[in-house]
Design a binder for this molecule. Structure first.
Ligand SMILES: N[C@@H](CCC(=O)N[C@@H](CS)C(=O)NCC(=O)O)C(=O)O
Length: 186
């Protein structure tokens, strides 16, 4: 979605994570932590961590600015980006890993912990709903990478049955706005 907003297209290679395509010695030369995504440049340099990859493209293609233009915007967007990642993406990811058993060949799922993480994710939605009662987007008036992180995580969260409900009317309003962007189809 970030790349679509900037009109950038890349050659992509899909890995079958369930099959462990990311666990090979060859893939670990690109990312020793064996996680996707990895951006591989023509000179062989590799960048992993989604936000580091986004930062690379933001620097190369500053418009439209998705990580802020002024010092204040940059800080506010980073604040909401970190909140979306640590407050929502992390518990959703842990809820998925520990409740679904998807990666049970490479970790020991703890379902009770997974369920606790789902509760934390709902706690975050409650806080976010209050914030979005007075703000158009996460970081205020400007659409940003924080909205992309939140939207894509909310969509992924459906796999562990996290859904917006009547307590999240402001999040729903924001969801309609952000998911109707052309880039959301990417
Ligand atoms: N902090 C990393 C997270 C990377 C990550 O956890 N990727 C998952 C898929 S979304 C993965 O590669 N899982 C495969 C595995 O754990 O074996 C980022 O933002 O890129």
């Amino acid at each position: 979605m970030f790349l679509a907003e900037k009109g950038i297209t890349l050659d992509t290679i899909e890995l079958d994570l369930k099959n462990g395509d990311n666990l090979t010695a060859e893939f670990r030369t690109k990312n020793p932590f064996a996680k996707v995504p990895v951006l591989e440049l023509d000179d062989g340099s590799c960048i992993s961590e989604s936000i580091a990859i986004c930062r690379y493209f933001e620097e190369l293609h500053p418009e439209p600015a998705l990580m802020g233009a002024s010092p204040l915007q940059k800080a506010q967007i980073e604040m909401w980006q970190r909140r979306a990642e640590f407050g929502f993406l992390l518990p959703v990811g842990m809820g998925f890993q520990h409740c679904s058993g998807f990666f049970k060949d490479r970790m020991t799922p703890n379902e009770a912990w997974g369920k606790d993480c789902v509760k934390s994710a709902y706690g975050y939605l409650k806080m976010l709903d209050k914030h979005l009662a007075e703000n158009k987007y996460l970081a205020g008036e400007q659409f940003s990478i924080a909205d992309i992180t939140m939207l894509t995580t909310l969509d992924f969260a459906k796999v562990i049955d996290i859904r917006l409900n009547e307590k999240h009317l402001n999040v729903k309003r924001w969801y309609e706005l952000v998911s109707s962007r052309e880039s959301a189809k990417a």
